[in-house]
Design a protein around this ligand. Sequence first.
Ligand SMILES: Nc1ncnc2c1ncn2[C@@H]1O[C@H](COP(=O)(O)OP(=O)(O)OP(=O)(O)O)[C@@H](O)[C@H]1O
Ligand SMILES: [Mg+2]
Length: 257
Amino acid sequence: MTLLAVSSLTKRYVSGTRPVTALDDVSLTLDRGQTLGLAGVSGSGKSTLARILLRLMPADGGMVRFEADDWLSLSGRDLRRRRARMQMVFQDVLGAFNPRATVGSVLDDPLRIHSPLKERDRRTEIAALLDRVGLQAALATRSIRDVSGGQRQRVAIARAIATRPSLIVLDEAVSALDVSVRETILRLLVELQQERGIAYLFISHDLAVLRAVSHRIAVMDAGRIVECGPAGDVIERPRSDAARSLVAAVPRLVIRG
Ligand SMILES: Nc1ncnc2c1ncn2[C@@H]1O[C@H](COP(=O)(O)OP(=O)(O)OP(=O)(O)O)[C@@H](O)[C@H]1O
Ligand SMILES: [Mg+2]
């Protein structure tokens, strides 16, 4: 069942010396509980798409259907309420949160806004969320600045699942982590997806990562989706130049015949 349908999305930035077309007629769909990997070289428009979906900035044109909503038309109270359904995990967790905030308060924010829980029940819920992502409850009193990169990414995932979303947009969420930590985080994400039926829009420049988590992969180039298909097909039989050069750029990628 289709969860997210993006149609003909366009976006131009005009802040620089000359305008940049960051999204040029982008269309894609994502089914419930599935992962769509989004690949593409730097500057191809991946984060722009993420920011528009998350309603962090407006599009110039096009339409997004998310669950039952005409998503880009929601505003005010409706938007605030429905926002709980689409969450995000970015690469730079420190930049996204007040660095002086504690782990507990980072998790309490979405619960306070979106859940009916009273303070005491929220504390229980925060402990459960930390436990679910493999962190000790005692970490709640720690400053977000004073935990490791891997722990911080787990906190970001706990925060993202706190409101029981149907979609999480992950923009280079594991890119800054070293390989072994990355693998445990990817495993956690896949487990959470199986447990809770969450769909992921998983943005990464690393095709090996996308191959590990994605059901389908879309490839962007200069603001356009140039290829989209089952993950194995896109990686083993890329049809576009953009996909071919991404595959060629991953020397450690092992392709089984
Ligand atoms: N705020 C902005 N103002 C002007 N141009 C921007 C802005 N943000 C992005 N761009 C431009 O829009 C294009 C798409 O950028 P975007 O950040 O979406 O790419 P990306 O695929 O996420 O790249 P990366 O892999 O490096 O994160 C690029 O040409 C970029 O320089
Ligand atoms: Mg980006």
